[in-house]
Write a protein that binds this ligand. Structure first.
Ligand SMILES: Cc1cc2nc3c(=O)[nH]c(=O)nc-3n(C[C@H](O)[C@H](O)[C@H](O)COP(=O)(O)O)c2cc1C
Length: 204
């Protein structure tokens, strides 16, 4: 069993990474393998809309995407985390999600014929557990949270939640102070409990 956390912040050991790593650490305490992936270290171009993946079942752009996509496919659970940038997730995370969802869909399906309807046969992510985490200084967490939830729910993930939205409040003046967000940390603890519970039930 493995859960990966993908951090969309360009900042090393920033607030988003703090909440993701905290959640991964709690999951690890339950005996599940974890891995943090920092997109700041990765080269990921945006989707070119070439539709090459429909036939090739692979992305035509060759960069760090393939390595991350393979880790997403191998994982039982995926935590996506992003700082809020103007009410949105960061562009590199968006680029990853666009390419992963298109390739993941066409890996599991073939293009319909002209006079047919789509009859989706799942996606490459079907049945995996996922949860979003967002962090902002003041506002916009829920919009960015919803962006990731919409990505998860169009890709056939099973969503893990907590007793509040998995959002952090941190970063005034560019600070790295998520460790002071006691409520946020308690929310992430419960998120870790729920992710673990769901994965262990699914793997029984
Ligand atoms: C380009 C940019 C845009 C931002 N936009 C918002 C925003 O819309 N709302 C907000 O409350 N904070 C905003 N912030 C603040 C960050 O979301 C906040 O500092 C967060 O804790 C950074 O997380 P990180 O340390 O993981 O990068 C923005 C920061 C930057 C650099």
């Amino acid at each position: 069993m493995k859960v990966i956390g993908i951090c969309g912040s360009p900042r090393l050991e920033g607030n988003t990474e703090f909440y993701i790593q905290f959640t991964l650490n709690q999951i690890k305490n339950y005996g599940i393998e974890t891995e943090l992936i920092r997109l700041r270290d990765k080269n990921i171009a945006q989707c070119e809309g070439c539709y090459n993946c429909v036939e090739a079942k692979d992305c035509a752009i060759k960069d760090d995407f393939q390595e991350i996509f393979n880790k997403m496919i191998e994982a039982d659970g995926i935590i996506l985390g992003s700082p809020v940038y103007n009410s949105s997730i960061t562009p590199k995370l968006k680029a990853l999600l666009d390419r992963a969802s298109f390739l993941g869909r066409w890996k599991a399906n073939d293009m319909k014929k002209d006079n047919e309807s789509y009859k989706w046969n799942g996606t490459a992510f079907s049945g995996k557990v996922a949860a979003p985490i967002t962090v902002a200084r003041r506002a916009g967490q829920n919009f960015a949270f919803a962006q990731m939830l919409l990505w998860m729910t169009v890709n056939d993930f099973i969503i893990a939640s907590s007793h509040y939205w998995n959002v952090g409040v941190a970063g005034t003046g560019g600070g790295i102070d998520a460790n002071k967000d006691e409520e946020g940390i308690i929310i992430m603890q419960h998120l870790a409990d729920n992710i673990t519970h769901i994965i262990k039930q699914l793997k029984k």
